[in-house]
Design a protein around this ligand. Structure first.
Ligand code: GLN
Ligand code: ZN
Length: 772
């Protein structure tokens, strides 16, 4: 093995590509199929056409080996569930009757049958469907989808590599099936699962696969010795198979750590590692195991989950170092390109000098090809690309958008005291009690009220120029009136304006902050046919004008009860955007926090006595490795306190979190120093109340008593029972009554009944409290 021959063999590849097509054709076809407007055959034809077009485009751009099997009608983990025959019992009949409809039933549920649970794919905003496994699970191989897609690509004359979710990750992502013991560990099914993978691999070999890729991102998380053992066994067994393609085990999203020696020793022919965020750690670990002699190394040097142009020279240097460490080095994105939008060239609203800083999937493909070419044939073969790249990077580094002196001066001057309330909680609480005069067990909501058809129409009318801004604002005001009068009538204690003006809780603010970019076509799959367009934190962030004050003030002008101001917190603003890669996340968070702090100040000055700063994403951006968590939580909680720390003691700061279990971040919740926190809790029967109590959480909390993710209306009896459960953990002086989350996805009739019941429940339980 000489570095030179390793270099000469360098190839370009990717692990996966956006699925939806240039004009979201896939989304339209699938939703059309659900509505009965598109036949199954037409849907299949659209899907095959999109796959073919993607492969041809990738190959045309110079990708040497295209991925297959990464395509999905809904989700690749669900596809894996089908591949291994782990169909939940409740879906077996539907799948037997019609595999396609059964597939969608597992994804979305039907009138009678619940879907699989959905949760986030590692620390991305992509959601997968959680496999349900139990001691009785019987796996059976169904390689049809993988084989068919490989066959399609090979028929186009392309070199293709099937990509599968690896067996260890598949089991680690699963949960116990209904009826299985709660402590059942799906990983104990490994020996049953491996023969099924063996069968699929043999089928792929027979269909012409030279290589197969098994994705094991779960191995970049902290793993127990037993789990690492299982990984070692899995790849020893699969490696020992006689009838199989060459195996490439792929990791991404973080460093492999202690799993690296395990995989390096395994009898597989290749490993793929993330050399973007985890570069230094993976490099050291690779050197420590003596490299990968006789193995193929795929180096993910182009970020697969952010949208900035690659620093090609830096990547080439990194690839050069890697050449000495493997038999062959190939170039790829760090992970599937599923997590970035398709093509930046369509963005007409972004100025050309900024557009050149951005690389979506198509631009990343070109970067990968350029890097592989430079590596294989020498940098003199890519001088034009390098020059253009240098110019783009310099234009970004030196742009006034990237560096705003006023913002820099302000963040530089932040002191510890800025991120601290002026009085300790007990004194603030007294001032707030005097000012707000709320009953025990005060009732409130999380912010949004149903986003009605009229509101969406109004926004569409505004965009299309059918109504002007004044006309639009009239409609929003009418909605606010309605929402306020309903809340007064129902007897809620702390009101909200309902967020009628917000399309999305991050985008609404991003559009008004300087330094943020919005895209027109930057769609990224969130789950199934749902796509989002994350805004881009492109430069230094400032707030030219108040963003929410007039709506809150208008709502407050309609009532004597307190109306809560409603903002999206700095951590969530980062989590649901593409972030800068040229400064620490904490620096970006601090800039966003200062902009929001101005808004908090203006709300307070306008007379707002209660201000909620939502941080639903605080838990989900927790780093994958435990070791990295304290650093993250430190800047995250500081950013929140910087947002809220400037208010007077009598101004009550609320926060809200959802979509998660909170047990492992109770200390961080405490560190936010919010006066009141509302949390999702209805489904877990107030679990979080017990967790807060166990921690000795000293401030007020509202564990949700209404599960807003379901159209079900909880009865007053049921809500009262949840409140009594909450009271066993949190005393009445500190317990709030609220739903789990915002109501924007609910309809009015259910919202009305549920909130009426919630108020009734609060009154009932108040009546049961010992008189003080
Ligand atoms: N205030 C937001 C709302 O009610 C919070 C949304 C969320 O937590 N995801 O819609
Ligand atoms: Zn929420």
């Amino acid at each position: 093995m000489t570095p030179k021959s390793a270099a000469a063999a360098a190839r370009a590849t990717v692990y996966g590509y956006p699925r939806q097509g240039p004009n979201r054709e896939l989304k339209k076809a699938i939703e059309g199929y659900w509505k009965g407007r598109v036949t199954a055959d037409a849907l299949r034809a659209t899907a095959a056409e999109l796959r073919g077009a993607t492969w041809k485009q990738l190959a045309g751009a110079g990708i040497d080996e295209v991925p297959t099997g990464d395509f999905s009608y809904y989700d690749h983990v669900l596809d894996t569930t089908v591949m291994v025959g782990a169909i939940p019992d409740r879906h077996r009949d539907a799948v037997a009757a019609d595999p396609l409809d059964g597939y969608f039933a597992m994804a979305r549920g039907t009138q009678d049958v619940a879907p699989l649970e959905m949760t986030k794919w590692f620390d991305t905003n992509y959601h997968y469907l959680v496999p349900e496994l139990g001691p009785d699970t019987v796996f059976t191989a169904d390689s049809a989808k993988q084989v068919a897609e490989l066959t399609e690509a090979l028929a186009l004359g392309l070199a293709a590599r099937p990509v599968l979710v690896g067996p260890v990750t598949y089991l680690l992502l699963a949960k116990p099936a209904p009826g299985a013991p709660a402590d059942f560990e799906p990983l104990t099914l490994l020996d049953r699962l491996l023969p099924v993978y063996a069968e699929v691999l043999a089928d792929l070999r027979a269909a012409g696969a030279e290589w197969a890729q098994l994705d094991e991102p779960a191995l970049v998380q902290d793993r127990t010795p037993a789990e690492l053992n299982a990984a070692g066994r899995a790849y020893r067994d699969l490696g020992a198979l006689a009838d199989r393609p060459k195996l490439l085990v792929a990791s991404y999203f973080d460093r492999l750590g202690e799993a690296l020696p395990v995989l390096a020793k395994a009898p597989v022919e290749g490993l793929a590692l993330d050399f973007t965020e985890a570069a230094a750690a993976n490099l050291d670990a690779l050197a420590a195991v003596g490299g990968l002699p006789r193995k193929r190394l795929i180096a993910g040097v182009v970020s697969g989950r952010n949208i900035w142009v690659n620093d090609l020279e830096k990547s080439l240097a990194r690839l050069g170092t890697l050449l000495g460490l493997a038999d062959r080095v190939d170039v790829a994105a760090s992970c599937s390109l599923l997590h970035v939008p398709l093509d930046a060239t369509g963005e007409r609203d972004i100025a050309p000098q900024i557009l050149r800083w951005l690389a979506f999937a198509r631009q990343k493909t070109a970067e990968i090809v350029t890097l592989a070419k430079g590596l294989a044939r020498g940098t003199d073969t890519i001088t034009a690309e390098l020059a253009a790249n240098r110019a783009a990077l310099a234009s970004r580094a030196n742009s006034p958008i990237t560096r705003d002196p006023a913002v820099r001066a302000r963040t530089g001057a932040v002191t510890e005291a800025d991120a601290r309330r002026s009085q300790p909680y007990a004194e603030r609480a007294a001032a707030q009690r005097d000012r707000l005069r709320l009953p025990l067990l005060p009732t409130t909501t999380i912010g949004s009220f149903p986003q009605t058809g009229e509101l969406r129409t109004a926004r569409a009318d505004l965009r299309a120029g059918r109504i002007d801004t004044a006309g639009y604002e009239e409609r929003v005001k009418a909605e606010i009136q309605e929402v306020i009068s309903f809340q007064e009538k129902t007897g809620l204690d702390v009101l909200v304006h309902g967020e009628a003006e917000r399309n999305d809780m991050v985008q609404y603010f991003a559009e008004q902050l300087t330094g943020y970019l919005a895209t027109q076509h930057g769609w990224v799959q969130s789950y199934g046919t749902r796509y989002v367009r994350p805004p881009i934190l492109a430069g230094d962030i400032s707030r030219p004008e108040p963003m929410t004050v007039r709506w809150t003030a208008y709502a407050q002008s309609l009532t004597d009860r307190p109306v809560k101001g409603m903002l999206t917190g700095p951590v969530t603003m980062l989590a649901w955007s593409f972030v800068r890669d040229d400064q620490p996340l904490g620096d970006t968070a601090r800039q966003v926090a200062l902009a929001l702090r101005d808004e908090v100040g203006d709300l307070e000055a306008a007379g707002t006595s209660v201000i909620q700063v939502d941080e639903p994403a605080l838990r989900e951006t927790l780093p994958l490795r435990t070791e990295d968590r304290p650093g993250y939580l430190s800047w995250a909680t500081e950013a929140f306190r910087l947002t809220t720390g400037g208010v007077r003691p009598g101004t009550q700061i609320h926060t809200h979190m959802c979509y998660a279990e909170f047990g492992d971040i109770v200390q961080a919740i405490d560190d936010l120093d919010a006066d009141v926190i509302s949390l999702e809790a209805a489904r877990s029967h107030m679990q979080v109340a017990r967790e807060l109590a166990a921690h000795g959480y000293p401030r007020e909390a509202g564990p949700g008593v209404y599960d807003i993710h379901s159209p079900r209306v909880p009865s007053a009896l049921e809500a009262a029972e949840l409140l009594r459960t909450g009271l066993r953990a949190i005393p009445a002086e500190r317990l709030w009554v609220n739903p789990d989350c915002g109501l924007k996805t609910r309809g009015w009739p259910e919202t009305r009944s549920a909130l009426e019941n919630l108020v009734t429940a609060a009154r009932t339980v108040r009546g049961e409290l010992p008189a003080s």
